[in-house]
Ligand binder design. Sequence first.
Ligand SMILES: [Zn+2]
Length: 168
Amino acid sequence: MKLTSLVLVGLLGFTDMSQQPQRPIEYSPKVIDILVHLYNKHPREFPLCQLGQKRNGTYYIQDVSIPHVFYTDSIGTNYDANDCRKLKNYLGMIHNHINKNPCAPGLIDMIRFTSKAEERTSIESVVCHTSLDSNSVNIVSILKTRIPDSMIKRLRFLADSLKIRNNK
Ligand SMILES: [Zn+2]
């Protein structure tokens, strides 16, 4: 059985949005299928551009696109972010965390998501398995509208301090 669950992560803690009548993000069956098949047994991190649109307060992810991947291993990936940014319906990245990585965007993910280069994006998502043999995935997403401006400023300051570039 294929199953996906969506949990929105606030910066101050986890919030289970399943109690709310309208989910802020909806994935199409096609995208869920792709995520389950691509990520279920993938031994490395792999990035995808999330494509869709916002209607009546909900982001609908209707498709994904594969950017050019320069490098990938079990803890990170390096890809051409412009392959996603040039797409009209690009809403943000989704990638998998494997092994013992927390099932949520990490600091480097957040620095990229809040960078000026990604200003147009709204959603940063991470996919995790519920178990290695299962056909289900969990998707944990952060909406940019839920991140306080002060936090975005801090992340940009941190990126400058660490000389992290977000061209790629
Ligand atoms: Zn990550």
